[in-house]
Design a protein around this ligand. Structure first.
Ligand code: 13P
Ligand code: SF4
Length: 332
């Protein structure tokens, strides 16, 4: 954190209930740095009639400290659809802010740092989708939400990692184009009889996991449950006990109540989930998403003060992207 705000006894008292929720994952020595921001952000949210949606990869002080709604990409899209606040802040990456704006054109949608991108979203353009359509005439295009509004606008329907198989099968066709994540496409192909035409995008965070790391983790860790995100390479998913979206990971830990678990995904995920499952030991090899980590409490405060960085989506693009996003939400 660059700037610090004073930690007063009044702030300590007002933020105590928040800290009680987060104390398993935020050291007591760090709370005086976070609490003044948590307090100031809570006040500004009330003044602005703002709601904060935060992805599961946000740091614990954001996830537990200031978020009103947390979840995976699908949950955030659903909640953005239901939002009634005047201002929607999305703490995640740029495409998540765009999805909220696509669903809420009349509301102000802001993100703490518009530079928070995504290697998947950057791997494909609208022109690439038109090229794929021309090459595979009549084959529907299913697009992962980790894409720009322009790419969504060229698509028939969106999907997330938690509903991709369901969306693909809902189309009732023998072949679909599933873009842009090559590994998610490979995973979906392994779960369905529908033929999948894929693209070469990759998540720079999940592609770094290796099957050999899974084998090493299991050595000497009896009963370790390994859960991988579907953006991981196929051999990692094959070596894991379960593959699922970040929300599916949480459900799996809750249902199976393992003694020890490893979540092969972004680093903040285990921190955030560990706060909810005191009896589960989280083994923590992980990879940081530099884009998700652009969000900080000082930036959130600045963003609520200035209503910047505002997400703006061209209306013609938005209307076409909305059809693909709404179709996904209806199916899921
Ligand atoms: P989910 O939360 O939908 O699993 O997405 C993971 C991800 O990488 C988002 O950027
Ligand atoms: Fe994109 Fe991967 Fe970061 Fe998610 S974790 S925002 S998919 S780069």
């Amino acid at each position: 954190m660059i700037d610090t705000l004073p930690f007063t006894p009044e702030i300590e008292a007002r933020t105590r209930p928040v800290y009680e929720r987060a104390k398993a994952v935020i050291p007591a020595a760090e709370w005086p740095l976070f609490a003044p921001y948590v307090d100031a952000i809570a006040r500004l949210k009330r003044e602005r009639n703002a709601v904060i949606l935060a992805h599961n990869y946000q740091t614990p002080e954001i996830f537990h400290g200031v978020a009103d709604i947390v979840g995976d990409s699908l949950q955030l899209a659903r909640e953005a659809q239901r939002a009634e606040a005047d201002v929607i802040m999305v703490c995640g990456v740029h495409f998540m802010g765009q999805t909220a704006k696509i669903l809420n054109p009349e509301r102000t949608v802001i993100v703490p740092d518009a530079r928070a991108g995504c290697s998947l979203a950057e791997s494909i353009t609208a022109a690439d989708v038109r090229m794929l359509r021309a090459k595979h005439r009549g084959v529907p295009v299913v697009t992962y939400v980790n894409t720009s509004a322009e790419v969504k606008a060229e698509s028939d329907v969106c999907c997330t990692s938690s509903n991709a198989v369901k969306v693909v099968e809902s189309l009732g066709v023998p072949r679909v184009i599933l873009i842009p994540d090559a590994f998610l496409a490979h995973y979906v192909a392994s779960q369905t009889a529908v033929e999948i035409i894929s693209w070469h995008g990759r998540c720079e965070v999940h592609e770094r996991f290796r099957a050999i790391d899974v084998d090493r983790l299991r050595e000497g860790e009896d009963g370790l449950l390994v859960i991988a995100h579907p953006e991981c390479p196929p051999d990692v998913i094959a070596a894991a006990d379960f593959a699922g979206s970040t929300a599916a990971m949480i459900d799996f830990v809750r249902d199976r109540a393992p003694q020890k678990v490893v979540l092969l995904t972004e680093c903040s995920m285990s921190d955030n989930v560990a706060a909810q499952f005191a009896n589960v030991e989280f083994v923590r090899p992980c990879n940081l998403c530099p884009h998700m980590k652009r969000n900080t409490l000082p930036k959130i405060l600045r963003s609520l003060e200035t209503l910047q960085d505002e997400i703006v989506v061209d209306e013609a693009v938005r209307v076409r992207a909305l059809a693909a996003v709404e179709r996904m939400i209806a199916i899921a």
